[in-house]
Design a protein. Structure first.
Length: 82
């Protein structure tokens, strides 16, 4: 049986060892830094909706595993000629 390995990451940083980030050289760097949070915006985001489908249709697409909703979307787009 394998034993759990202890975490090798240092859990405590001495506050005296942290560099000072309050100087003017850092002000300029932080001001010009581009912050990107989260997932990029989609060009054509999908719209959430509710649709009633037969249980056997849902079961068929769910058998394919994750991405079943996207596969339904693809099938509908194909039938609609999009």
């Amino acid at each position: 049986m394998t034993a759990n390995k202890e975490n090798s990451a240092q859990s405590w940083v001495d506050p005296d060892e942290i560099p000072d980030l309050t100087g003017p050289e850092w002000d300029e760097a932080f001001k010009n830094a581009k912050v990107q949070r989260g997932r990029p915006k989609a060009l054509a985001p999908k719209i959430s909706t509710t649709i009633r489908l037969s249980p056997d249709v849902i079961e068929h697409f769910k058998k394919g595993g994750p991405g079943w909703q996207s596969r339904i979307d693809e099938a509908l787009r194909k039938v609609a000629g999009l």
